[in-house]
Design a protein around this ligand. Structure first.
Ligand code: SF4
Length: 353
């Protein structure tokens, strides 16, 4: 049966025809409150609820596992209708603020060697309902809207599209999901608080610049030494860095804001002075901030026959200093969620039962 959860209001109205638009608005608001059963939509006549149950389903996926780390990170294992399992993570930021990290694909075709998800291969793109549902499940875990309450996003201050998958390879579906999540009549989550991270799909960056939504953009760069990057991130073979940089410049020309260049630091691999110089060269002419992410361990991942390892504290300090001396703005990401394998690069440990 068709799923209603991921439909923007205009599409929901069409799907519910010949019901009047005000019924679609009522159902849209219930979904925005996290009410995922027609039985609980108390301002709909009972006969209509029964009729709708025969024609539609509200929600397509279910939370199968919930893991809570000592640092407050919550990782959900979510079963999709076709039995694939994905993961979504609620990260505890400073104070009461939380960040919801959403997945856009089951598995990932990009195959970055340092990423657990990349080692799984690609299963399929997620549809808008499956993306919106992750947000609703995480919001419930964060103490946001509960059935029957008002629409509130609780302590979720930010959304990052950095979970499983390459979002720009599923942009059309993601766009529809974000239209639902940011609709002022519904969840009303500000687009300015949403960050999308890509491994560098030039056509997708240009499409995003041309057609929106107007989000914050991050590039998972890792290294700007092209030959090394091809070996670490095979996508570089078809997406040369010069073309990616052109796309980023176009994104900023069209009004996109500061771009985050993310570098996962791999011990002994991408923390050399050549890496620092290449990164500075790549950033030249763009408005950027560099975010360093010491690699989060995943057993079994290797690079050219050797097990990957975390960078030492000294290595991270030295690389940070080199980048700063080259004039770059540098931040470091906290290692949240490691205890539940929910940190950056670790998603994909859970498998369907
Ligand atoms: S880092 Fe991102 S793009 Fe690369 S394999 Fe992992 S999920 Fe895919």
């Amino acid at each position: 049966m068709p799923v209603l959860c991921g439909l923007p209001l205009a599409e929901l109205t069409q799907a519910l025809a010949p019901l009047p638009r005000f019924r679609a608005v009522q159902i849209f608001k219930w979904i925005a409150r996290g009410v995922l059963s027609f039985d609980l939509m108390s301002d709909l006549p009972l006969s209509l609820r029964e009729e709708l149950k025969g024609r539609f389903t509200v929600c397509s996926s279910v939370v199968a596992e919930r893991h809570i780390d000592n640092d407050g990170t919550v990782k959900l294992g979510i079963d999709l209708a076709n039995s694939a399992r994905i993961e979504a993570v609620l990260l505890a930021d400073a104070g009461e603020r939380r960040t919801a990290c959403l997945s856009t694909q089951a598995g990932c075709p990009a195959g970055c060697v340092f990423c657990k998800t990349g080692s799984l291969g690609f299963m399929r793109n997620l549809n808008p309902a499956e993306i919106v549902e992750q947000f609703l499940f995480l919001r419930e875990a964060a103490g946001g809207s509960i059935a029957g309450g008002s629409i509130a996003n609780g302590s979720i201050a930010n959304i990052v599209i950095m979970g499983m998958g390459e979002p720009l390879l599923n942009l059309a579906e993601l766009r529809r999901a974000l239209a639902v999540i940011s609709d002022p009549q519904g969840m009303n989550f500000s687009k300015r608080r949403i960050t999308l991270s890509t491994c560098g799909i030039s056509e997708g960056i240009i499409d995003l610049a041309d057609k929106g939504p107007n989000l914050c953009l991050a590039l998972s760069l890792t290294t700007a030494c092209e030959e090394k990057r091809k070996r670490l991130m095979p996508v570089t073979t078809t997406q040369p860095l010069a073309r990616v940089k052109e796309a980023l410049a176009y994104f900023q020309c069209k009004g996109g804001g500061r771009i985050t260049l993310e570098a996962v630091l791999l011990g002994g691999i991408n923390t050399t002075s050549e890496d620092a110089a290449a990164l500075a060269e790549f950033a030249r002419g763009l408005d950027t901030v560099v975010n360093l992410i010491p690699w989060n361990p995943v057993q079994g991942l290797v690079f050219e026959g050797k097990a990957l390892k975390e960078p030492s504290a000294r290595e991270v300090e030295s690389f940070t200093r080199q980048l700063e001396e080259l004039g770059l703005k540098v931040t470091r990401r906290y290692r949240k969620g490691r205890g539940v394998m929910g940190a950056c690069g670790q998603l994909g440990q859970l498998s369907p039962t």
